[in-house]
Design a protein around this ligand. Structure first.
Ligand code: NAP
Length: 320
């Protein structure tokens, strides 16, 4: 494809991030015949890989483990010869000689590409209390939509007082027998309408002015130790599930001075996944949007790949 009027380049598209959004973009771009590299990140893992069971991804009626689903994405991508490197992208900048080329540094190399798809994801903020790591996937969850149905007629605790915590607490009342919202202040951050619904819901109780000291249990979670920030007293709340919604952190540091981000650090895009920089598209959890699920990430990935393909086709046409 390198014709004389085009600068030398290594890839048509470089996808940064190896979660569902990144792999879907990779499947689409490689299948269409674009020379595509996916950098799946040496130091980060997709949130999907810590999800024990995904029951709401269409087409898989018996549900699937997150790692197993990722393996299927990978297998499908390799079928279309997607190139995958287990490396982090550490720097991105416009090529000094060719404004249409982006230089992406990964490991000791710099790759030249026409287009970048940012699919770097986000992660839930950890509270870094004893038991949080130990019981990950054994009663601690960061996704009520994914794991709520496992807690039918059981007692659960939700940590946090924002929109996510309250929305997810309301969702959990469809399954759990009791939902205790543990919040570090005496008032919620969540939107008024969510607060109103939560206060009217009989299954929801509140532990105000309480911080999480520890998650306790044996093989699985049995409860949480919380501390009253006013009296300093500690008490245990029995629960088989602990849902932590203390905010999310998008992995967008590498794009900070290149792309327009919202005030919480997510990449702003239009419906076609275009960012504020020509040739860079974003997909999945790193993008500013309402609903972060595997199915919305894969949709974003397909859209981002399609937009990148159109962008590159136009560039190449102009070069003829
Ligand atoms: P958030 O608004 O940042 O709320 C995080 C919550 O966790 C806050 O209540 C915060 O307490 C608490 N928290 C943070 N660090 C903590 C710690 N170390 N220990 C204990 N508690 C801690 O995050 P979010 O609820 O995930 O929402 C993120 C964004 O998405 C927001 O802009 C939100 O409006 C939006 N969102 C919208 C919807 C919707 O429109 N339906 C749904 C979900 C999310 P404090 O209140 O004391 O700070």
């Amino acid at each position: 494809m390198n014709n004389s009027k085009l600068p030398q380049y290594d890839y048509d598209i470089i996808i940064i991030g190896g979660g569902p959004a990144g792999f879907t973009a990779g499947i689409y771009a490689a299948r269409t015949g674009f020379k595509t590299l996916l950098l799946e990140g040496a130091s980060t893992v997709s949130q999907i890989t810590i999800t024990d069971m995904i029951e709401n991804y269409p087409g898989i009626p018996d549900g699937i483990n997150g790692l197993d689903l990722m393996e299927l994405f990978r297998k499908q991508a390799l079928k279309f010869d997607l190139e995958i490197k287990a490396e982090d992208a550490t720097a991105i900048k416009n090529n000094e000689s060719y404004p249409h080329i982006w230089d992406v540094t990964a490991g000791s190399k710099v790759f030249r590409t026409f287009s970048i798809i940012a699919a770097t994801g986000a992660r839930w903020r950890n509270l870094e209390v004893p038991g949080e790591q130990e019981f990950a996937g054994k009663g601690i969850s960061y996704c009520a939509t994914c794991d709520g149905p496992f807690y039918r007629d059981r007692e659960v605790v939700v940590i946090g007082g924002g929109d996510s915590a309250i929305q997810e607490a309301l969702f959990l009342t469809h399954f759990a027998s009791r939902v205790t919202v543990v919040h570090r202040r005496d008032r919620l951050r969540a939107a008024g309408i969510l607060q109103k619904r939560a206060f009217a819901e009989k299954k929801i109780e509140f532990a105000w002015n309480a911080t999480l000291d520890e998650v306790v249990g044996g093989e699985f979670v049995t409860g949480v130790k919380v501390r009253d920030v006013v009296s300093g007293e500690q008490r245990t709340i029995d629960a088989e599930g602990v849902f932590i919604f203390a905010g999310r952190l998008p992995h967008t540091g590498i794009f900070q001075n290149i792309l327009q981000l919202d005030k919480t650090g997510y990449i702003i895009t239009d419906d076609a996944m275009k960012t504020s920089a020509a040739g860079i598209f974003a997909a999945g959890d790193c993008r500013a949007k309402l609903f972060r699920q595997v199915v919305t990430a894969t949709g974003d990935g397909a859209n981002a790949a399609f937009s990148a393909e159109l962008y590159i086709d136009n560039l190449k046409e102009e070069a003829y």
